[in-house]
Design a binder for this molecule. Structure first.
Ligand code: ADP
Ligand code: MG
Length: 323
């Protein structure tokens, strides 16, 4: 049986020369030491994943390593912050070498892709729970806050929506897709892509005002922007970009899962219409498609309309994130 310290050393302390050191002092002391670049603000966020709640029991360890960090990097992206470092608090039922090897390899592959250093954490025995805290950097006044949307702003989303929710519907036997499509949709659920480059480009360029990452479904998450900004919105439901698998499904399902999916980890952001061309150019440079899907209004509330601008009364019962 591995001791706690052997486990940390073996799976989470990187050999010298691997990864990108961003800290003054990393794993091994009572605290890590981090020196933010002069004049920059630190953006900090935590996300916890609990077995049975956020992922299925027996979930593949490598994918779980990826997703645990991805959902945290997605929060930095939504703030327009560049990833710097993260901590990892782990509760494990047992120290299984295969699991730890898989988990740490998935985790570090994504961490290295974003130059984000693991600088510390905590390890204990308990029901499988993964809590990551990420630290990012953003210039003062540049962060993409939820309270910054203004009437007249365009509403944009990155990438595509709904395939992760569609995969969940398949796993729950609410909807049958066939093996190949189910596998394709499940990739979106297991391996989300945090839109870090886009978030940073929008913030650095002063292109967007408010932003949020879509974890609980666009409708619900957009409401957070509306509430914090004291505005309303009209959302063109038929303009929402469905994931490639969802695109092949019936319109009712497309509408439901693009508006109220969950686990998408795309960005929803608002911007002055004068920035349309600059946003399209920045998105192209990042290799992340973006779509204009609505408008911020002065009147409170979220109005869903179809392609002709007619009000849609979507029956969203059962999609508990959308209330
Ligand atoms: P303390 O007793 O002060 O809480 P620990 O013995 O828990 O310290 O941890 C020893 C060192 O290992 C610390 O630097 C801590 O940040 C780091 N550490 C513990 N668990 C992890 C982990 N899962 N991933 C990365 N670093 C970890
Ligand atoms: Mg400790």
């Amino acid at each position: 049986m591995l001791s706690e310290f052997d486990l940390i050393k073996q799976y989470f302390v990187r050999p010298a020369g691997s990864g990108q050191p961003r800290s003054v002092l990393g794993i091994g002391d009572d605290c890590a030491l981090l020196a933010p670049a002069p004049g920059m603000q630190l953006a900090i966020s935590s996300d916890m994943l609990v077995e049975g709640r956020h992922f299925f029991e027996g979930e593949d360890a490598r994918r779980l390593g990826h997703k645990s960090l991805a959902v945290n990097l997605s929060d930095l992206a939504a703030m327009g912050a560049r990833p710097v470092a993260f901590t990892l608090a782990l509760a494990l039922p047992a120290a299984q070498p295969d699991w730890l090897q898989g988990f740490s390899s998935g985790l570090f592959a994504l961490a290295d892709a974003h130059g984000c250093e693991l600088i510390g954490g905590d390890t204990t025995r308990g029901p499988l729970t993964i809590c990551i805290t990420v630290f990012g950097e953003v210039a003062p006044g540049k962060s993409l806050r939820r309270d910054a949307a203004r009437p007249g702003d365009d509403i944009w989303v990155s990438g595509t929506l709904g395939d992760a929710r569609l995969a969940l519907a398949g796993f729950r036997l609410e909807h049958s897709l066939g093996a190949e499509l189910q596998h394709a949709a499940a990739q979106r659920m297991h391996l989300p892509t945090p839109r870090v480059a886009l978030g940073v480009a929008l913030a650095d360029g002063g292109l967007a005002r408010a932003a949020i990452d879509i974890s609980d479904g666009l409708g619900g998450d957009l409401r957070h922007i509306l509430d914090r900004s004291g505005v309303g919105a009209t959302l063109d439901v038929d303009a929402l970009p469905p994931g490639p698998v969802l695109a092949q499904q019936a319109q009712s399902l497309r509408r439901a899962f693009t508006v109220a999916g969950g686990d998408d980890y795309e960005l929803c952001f608002t911007a002055d219409p004068a920035q349309r061309d600059a946003i399209a150019a920045a998105a192209a440079r990042c290799g992340t498609p973006v779509t204009r899907v609505g408008r911020i209004d002065g009147d409170a509330g979220l109005r869903l309309v179809d392609a002709n601008g007619m009000p849609l009364d979507l029956v969203l019962a059962g999609f508990d994130h959308f209330k």
